[in-house]
Design a protein around this ligand. Structure first.
Ligand code: PEP
Length: 237
């Protein structure tokens, strides 16, 4: 099981240090669950430093495809590696929705990240409109195949995040999530995390489904207690 916290644009460096110290203490002794947090770029160095010597890894929320260059506002995989960051999310729906991210740019980011030795968590998921118009499988197929074509060796983790469930409190039922995960795995047999309003109350049921290999947690990863409770729900599954 892998539990990843995506902080989005929350927490300053000092808030990060406070959170990471408390989380490390709270999760001391937890085994058999891989844990990562994804703070904003400005907090990555502090997170890496504060979590050094713990089992909790630090990943970025995005990464650029070029090694370096005239890409104002972007950060390369080598820059992240030098900080001690272990991986990066690519293709989060908020990036696709607000920043013009496409299947093509997601694939390019994923390839560059792997080439530099970062682990990749690539997000896929349908919008409410796409689900209602019966396009879920088509959308997932296009998104998953873009990642598979870019990284055919299976060296990637996918996250199924139905857009209608992100930050809305509307979690997919475990059956609906399982169905989507099974479909994704039929296209590309790699670990698939579920994301979309995962909370301590629904985490065990979701992660207990056979096709669900962990969770990508947004809102509930911002409080030590709720994130720790989700990690504990994954323990022993
Ligand atoms: C996310 O940001 O990846 C996410 C799933 O958010 P939330 O848990 O808040 O729905």
């Amino acid at each position: 099981m892998l539990v990843v916290g995506n902080w989005k644009m929350y927490k300053t460096p000092s808030e990060t240090v406070e959170f990471c110290s408390a989380l490390a203490e709270r999760l001391d002794g937890i085994e058999d669950v891989d844990i990562a947090i994804c703070p904003p770029y400005t907090s990555l160095a502090d997170a890496v430093r504060t979590l050094a010597g713990t089992e909790i890894a630090v990943a970025a929320q995005n990464v650029h495809w070029a090694e370096e260059g005239a890409y104002t506002g972007e950060v390369s995989a080598a820059m992240l590696r030098e900080l001690g960051v272990y991986g990066a999310i690519v293709g989060h729906s908020e990036r696709r929705q607000y920043f013009g991210e496409s299947d093509e740019t997601v694939a390019r980011r994923a390839v560059a990240a792997r080439a530099a030795g970062l682990e990749v968590i690539a997000c896929v998921g349908e919008s409410q409109e796409e689900r209602e118009s019966g396009q879920t499988e088509l959308v997932l197929k296009l998104q998953v195949e873009a990642v598979k074509d870019a990284l055919p060796d299976g060296d990637v983790v996918l996250a199924y995040e139905p857009v209608w469930a992100i930050g809305t409190g509307k979690t997919a039922t475990s059956e609906l999530a399982q169905e989507a995960h099974a479909f994704i795995k039929s296209l590309y047999d790699v670990p698939v995390l579920y994301g979309g309003s995962v909370k301590p109350e629904n985490a065990a049921e979701l992660m207990g489904m056979p096709g669900i290999d962990g969770a990508l947690v947004g809102g509930a990863s911002l409080e030590v207690e709720s994130f720790a409770a989700i990690v504990e729900a994954a323990y022993g599954l």
